[in-house]
Design a protein around this ligand. Structure first.
Ligand SMILES: N[C@@H](CCC(=O)N[C@@H](CS)C(=O)NCC(=O)O)C(=O)O
Length: 314
């Protein structure tokens, strides 16, 4: 992480814990929204912004899926880091599926943070929306980025998807919050727990939420009926990582997603949609999670699992 703009070489996934050994995630620091001048520039064909992402990362991937669904791929170009976090944080390299090093002006993500704020203290996280002209970070919070893509950039949408329909927003936000704390972040709480108590607590939350959602999906195609919404994207990114990585490395191993009747059906439904499949990179997910040294000191990447949905990926 960075301390007052200086990189501290020891990268530890658990920067903060509470007295019971619970992992505490840092809050995001750059929270600007787009105004109309950004829309004007983008609709003139200018490309003043770049989205920096990691394909291992569920928070970045939820933004990538929305970007693809809404037809914003051309308006918001991306740069993809290599999947394994290094002693210097996220790195740009020629790893297959990452942006070739020759196409990026930086070696590490933390360089963008110190350019933007020379005294920045905190983790150099992705996703991050970068202003190429002013060389500053616009926003590094994926929940905001989803709102920026869906709401602020509406005039540029190339599709009719309604990912945050007005009439369901408050219900969606309540469910999103529960999915976030018990499941999206819950798996990290289990994996990065610093005590048996904190691990069991997180494990219990993860499977209570998966049971609840499996039940909910018994009678609905998607979380809110026949059309998918942002809530489905938020759930999908955790499901896509579950059997491949979390089940093993984070020890959330009561059962796999493949063993839940309705969640498995639902996941297969979504993964066959191009925007979901094209932003799911199993190799990056596996290499990324299994190279977290604190959890896997040998850095050996498992060969399996082989899952039936891999056939939908190109
Ligand atoms: N609140 C952020 C969280 C982003 C985040 O935690 N990203 C992780 C990757 S999944 C990261 O970049 N970690 C680098 C680090 O912790 O040093 C968001 O949702 O955008």
């Amino acid at each position: 992480m960075l301390v007052n703009g200086q990189w501290q070489r020891e990268w530890n996934p658990v920067q903060k814990q509470d007295k019971q050994g619970r992992f505490i995630r840092q809050t995001s620091s750059f929270r600007t929204r787009f105004d109309t001048s950004a829309i004007t520039q983008l609709s003139r064909g200018e490309r003043p912004y770049t989205l920096y992402v990691a394909l291992i990362c569920p928070w970045a991937t939820r933004v990538l899926i929305a970007r693809s669904l809404l037809g914003l791929e051309d308006a918001l170009p991306i740069k993809i880091v290599a999947p394994a976090i290094t002693d210097y944080g996220w790195e740009f390299s020629d790893f297959p599926g990452a942006t070739p090093k020759a196409e990026v002006a930086f070696n590490y993500m933390h360089e963008l943070y110190t350019l933007s704020d020379p005294h920045f203290t905190g983790r150099a996280t992705v996703p991050l929306l970068w202003d190429n002209t002013q060389r500053i970070i616009v926003n590094n919070e994926s929940a905001d980025l989803l709102a920026i893509l869906n709401d602020d950039l509406r005039p540029l949408h190339q599709s009719h998807y309604q990912l945050r329909p007005e009439q369901q927003r408050s219900e969606m936000e309540a469910l999103n919050q529960r999915i976030y704390s018990q499941l999206n972040n819950g798996v990290y709480q289990a994996g990065f727990a610093q005590s048996q108590h904190a691990y069991i607590e997180a494990y219990t939350h993860v499977f209570a939420m998966l049971d609840e959602l499996d039940n909910r999906l018994a009678s609905r195609r998607y979380l809110f009926g026949d059309r998918f919404t942002e809530s489905d994207i938020r759930l999908f990114v955790t499901l896509a990582r579950f059997d491949v990585a979390y089940y093993g490395i984070f020890k959330t191993n009561r059962q796999r997603i493949a063993d839940f009747a309705h969640l498995n059906r639902y996941f297969h439904d979504l993964i066959q949609i191009d925007a979901f499949a094209k932003n799911t990179n199993v190799e990056h997910i596996k290499v990324g999670y299994y190279s977290i040294k604190a959890l896997n000191p040998t850095q050996i990447i498992p060969q399996g699992p082989k899952l039936d949905w891999f056939k939908y990926l190109s």
